[in-house]
Design a protein around this ligand. Structure first.
Ligand code: 8GT
Ligand code: MG
Length: 320
């Protein structure tokens, strides 16, 4: 049987406080009936994703999209069809949403979405709505703990970074753990999440939000080493590593190097074209890494990424 290919546009409509998403319940008599969904539907042959989404949200909820940004594209094989879910994050709309087709609609806090039954293709959307557009990776060369704290605090306050990876390969274990405790306290104070770069067992010593695996650690694993209550991210550089990240259930990944960087001058950059092709294959949110700045974030989103990851663009002393 040749499977039908279905292109669907769906909306993660986010409340103005940024804390909730609007979901709807599919009627019991349709495909995936009774499950919850992000409102949207099948594109007509002549429509772009955003055009189709505007039409669908008008038909299903009675709202007009004012501002939207690509969030994630998911290819998923159902038993009867191949579906492309083209998901947009809607930041601004007019009208009061209600179920124009009689469906239940509900505003749900982002971290409670996991408690609702969604179609199987939706898991990466739940991860994507929880993640910001920027991922800070701490600089490794920092020796002085006061300066480290000042740089991290500046990024949390001035750049409003909400996702941090503590990467400090030059520190010994005791120094890393001490730094991790302080970084965790600073992140908590500013509503940011902290991932530790190291062996997953480090989470038994510091109760951070998750682990970031090097590509080497990623490839050595045969299953997810930590519970679902923590986040697991990984560094990837190619198709094989992306497939492995998906197989062991990473929540998101970085994909690099997009550009040549001072830290890895010998590695050939992949550029936006190859990056986009790899992102299209990935079954989870992907951050572009390698010479990225916040100015690249919109372009990264436009080619399917979650956003950008960077050390250099965020890591500055307050007086710099
Ligand atoms: N809208 C929407 N569809 C989803 C999601 N996840 C998911 O797997 N799908 C699948 O994508 C397809 C979308 O079809 P739909 O029923 O919304 O299409 P539609 O609004 O154009 O309805 P119609 O065909 O009755 O006119 C369905 O097979 C649905 O199960 C989701 O989050 N939102
Ligand atoms: Mg629909």
């Amino acid at each position: 049987m040749v499977k039908r290919r279905v292109h669907v546009a769906a909306a993660a409509i986010i409340s103005s406080d940024g804390d909730k998403a609007l979901i709807a319940r599919r009627p019991s008599n349709v495909d995936h009936g009774g499950l919850w969904e992000f409102p949207g539907g099948k594109l007509a042959p002549y429509e772009t994703g955003l055009e189709g989404l505007k039409r669908e949200l008008h038909e299903e909820l009675g709202v007009e999209i004012k501002r939207a940004q690509p969030l994630i594209r998911i290819h998923h094989e159902y038993s009867d069809k191949h579906i492309l879910l083209d998901v947009w994050q809607v930041h601004e709309f007019s009208g009061e949403p209600f179920g124009r087709e009689g469906q239940a609609v509900r505003w749900v806090p982002l971290d409670e979405l996991v408690n609702y039954p969604f179609p199987a293709a939706n898991l990466p959307i739940l991860q994507a709505v929880m993640l910001p557009t920027e991922y800070l990776i701490t600089a490794d060369e920092e020796e002085d703990e006061d300066r480290f704290d000042a740089c991290l605090t500046r990024a949390l306050v001035e750049d409003e970074v909400r996702l941090v990876q503590l990467r400090a390969k030059s520190l010994d274990e005791a120094a890393y753990l001490a730094r991790a405790e302080r970084a965790l306290a600073l992140c908590r104070e500013h509503g940011a999440r902290l991932l530790l770069n190291g062996d997953p067992s480090v989470l038994e010593q510091v109760d951070a939000d998750g682990i970031h695996l090097t590509s080497e650690r990623l490839m050595a694993l045969d299953r997810r080493p930590i519970s679902e209550t923590k986040w697991m991210a990984a560094s990837t550089h190619d198709r094989k590593q992306l497939a492995q990240a998906s197989r062991i259930g990473c929540d998101f990944v970085t994909l690099s190097p997009l550009r040549t960087t001072p830290s890895h001058p010998e590695v050939a950059p992949m550029g936006w074209h190859d990056f986009q092709q790899l992102v299209e294959l990935a079954a989870m949110p992907v951050f572009a890494l390698g010479g990225m700045t916040r100015h690249d974030a919109n372009h990264a989103r436009a080619v399917g990424a979650q956003g950008i990851a960077s050390i250099r663009d965020f890591w500055k002393a307050p007086d710099a």
